[in-house]
Write a protein that binds this ligand. Structure first.
Ligand code: KIV
Length: 273
């Protein structure tokens, strides 16, 4: 099966994402953290690849995204950028690198851009980091905002439940989205919020809203690749659709390999020199 837009080889840019919103074409986004996965995802026609700090969970096995360092994000992003020709590559600024000190935030942002060759950065947070976001955008770096459930703030909230269910929190979320658009962000990820609130935001701003657990009335969708491929087990939020059961496929393949090695079936005569 070829990619949805496989005949369109033009690089995806911030400008093209805004055009997609204007003509009502939904934006597809998935995470990747390594070369092999990113080359498959790019080849299949994805619009945006996120080198997410969810690498902390799915690649490193941590419980939260907090341990991820700048150097670790740079390592993952370099590997992804080497594999990608069409998709826009967006890299997460990890916890602690963008939190109220605009000069330091800009230094971290420049470091990711220079060392990886990625196209843009994603930053969690609203009004509290206004000055940081402004400084980074003013330096010519495209920023995708991330609001709603912000995994880097898990210790503040203590739970991964749906955000912005109360009127006050929904109002702050909408205000933060309007502010991020005004500051010049080219897109916003909204995570795990009521579909009605996400739809309201998407209709109020010109920039694309990419949802994860934010319903269908937004401009695009993002999932963690290991989750949507069914490689991970024990994480089944309502918003997750699994497109494959790679956990079973991979387990069966490894079990067969073990059996073949034990029985001396592998390698056979054709598989040796
Ligand atoms: O790090 C990540 O994978 C993310 C997505 C869940 C949006 O931020």
């Amino acid at each position: 099966m070829t990619g949805y837009l496989s005949d369109d080889k033009r690089k995806v840019t911030t400008h093209r994402l805004i055009e997609m919103k204007q003509r009502g074409e939904k934006i597809s986004m998935l995470t990747s953290y390594d070369y092999t996965m990113a080359s498959i995802v790019d080849g299949a026609g994805i619009d945006v690849i996120l080198v997410g700090d969810s690498a902390s969970n799915v690649m490193a096995g941590n419980v939260t995204t907090l341990p991820m360092t700048l150097d670790q994000m740079i390592y993952h992003a370099e590997s992804v950028v080497r594999a990608v020709s069409r998709a826009m590559v967006v890299v997460d600024m990890p916890f602690g690198t963008c939190s109220g000190n605009p000069i330091k935030s800009l230094e971290a942002a420049i470091s990711i851009m220079k060392k990886t060759g990625c196209d843009a950065l994603k930053i969690e947070g609203g009004k509290e980091i206004e000055a940081d976001v402004k400084k980074i955008i003013d330096a010519g770096i495209p920023v995708m905002s991330h609001l709603g459930l912000m995994p880097q703030s898990i210790n503040k909230y203590g739970t991964y439940t749906v955000r912005a269910k109360e009127d006050g929190e929904a109002k702050k979320l909408i205000d933060d989205c309007l502010l991020m658009e005004e500051l010049g962000c080219f897109a916003i990820v909204l995570e795990k919020i009521p579909a009605t609130v996400a739809a309201e935001v998407a209709s109020k701003v010109r920039i694309p809203i990419i949802g994860i657990g934010a319903g269908g009335q937004v401009d695009g969708q993002v999932l963690v690749i290991q989750d949507m491929l069914g490689m991970t087990k024990g994480f089944s939020p309502r918003f997750l659709r699994r497109y494959a059961d790679l956990h079973t496929v991979m387990t069966d393949a490894v079990s067969q390999y073990v059996a073949d090695v034990k029985s001396a079936d592998f390698p056979n005569e054709k598989e040796q020199y």
